[in-house]
Design a protein around this ligand. Sequence first.
Ligand code: FMN
Length: 202
Amino acid sequence: MIRVTYLSQEALPLSSDAVLGLLTQCHRNNTDRGLTGMLLFGNGTFLQTLEGEAEVVDGLMEKISRDPRHTGMKVLRREAITERLYSQWSMGFERVTEKTLAEIPSLRNIGLRNFNPEYLSSHGEVIDTLLERHRAPHWDPLIRELDARDKLIAQLRGEIANEHMRSEMAALVLETVIEAAQNGRLDEAHVEICRSTLRSLR
Ligand SMILES: Cc1cc2nc3c(=O)[nH]c(=O)nc-3n(C[C@H](O)[C@H](O)[C@H](O)COP(=O)(O)O)c2cc1C
C-alpha cells in the first residue's frame, strides 16, 4: 500500500454545493476501491492524503490531476505503508477556517491566509499537525493491555473525531441548502440530503 499527500488550489471559487458534490463522489468511489484518506479545504486550497493499494491510488491521482475543479497540484509525499492512518474515513473532510487554526495551540498564529500551497509546502510541520488530528487512534496491543487509561483516551479521541466529522458534513449540507434557497434553486434533492444527514445525526 502507499499513502500520497498533495496540495492544490481551486480553479474557480467552489460553492458549498460543489464541495458537497465532490465529497459525495469521493465517498462513493473510495469505498468501492478500498481507499481511505482525508481532505482539508480552506482559503481555496486543498490538502488531501489518500491511502490504498499503489495502483489504485496512482490511478486515481492521475484522474485527480486532470480534474478541472483545481489547479497547481503538488505532490508532497508518496510513501510505502503497511498500515492505514485514516482507516475510518473513505474520505474524511474538514473545512479549514480561522477558527480551526486558532483552536490548535501550535497553529494559533498562522492565519488562514497562510493555508496556501506555497506556505504549506515549506511548512511540513503545519501539514502534519492538521492531518494528525484525524488519524485513527493507534496503539500497540501490548501497551493497550498494560494501560487501560490510554485505551480509553484513544477511544474518546476516536469518538470526538467521529462527531467532528459528522458536524463538518452537517455544516456543509446547511451551507448548500442556504445557498440553493438564496439562488431560488431549492428542490427535492436538497430535502433528501437533509433527511439523510438528519438520519446520520440521530
Ligand atoms: C481536490 C480533489 C480531490 C479529489 N479526490 C477524489 C477522491 O478521493 N476520490 C475520487 O474518486 N475522486 C476524487 N476527486 C475527483 C476525481 O478527480 C474524478 O472527478 C472522479 O474520481 C471521477 O469519478 P467518476 O469516475 O465516478 O466520474 C477529487 C477531485 C478533486 C478536485
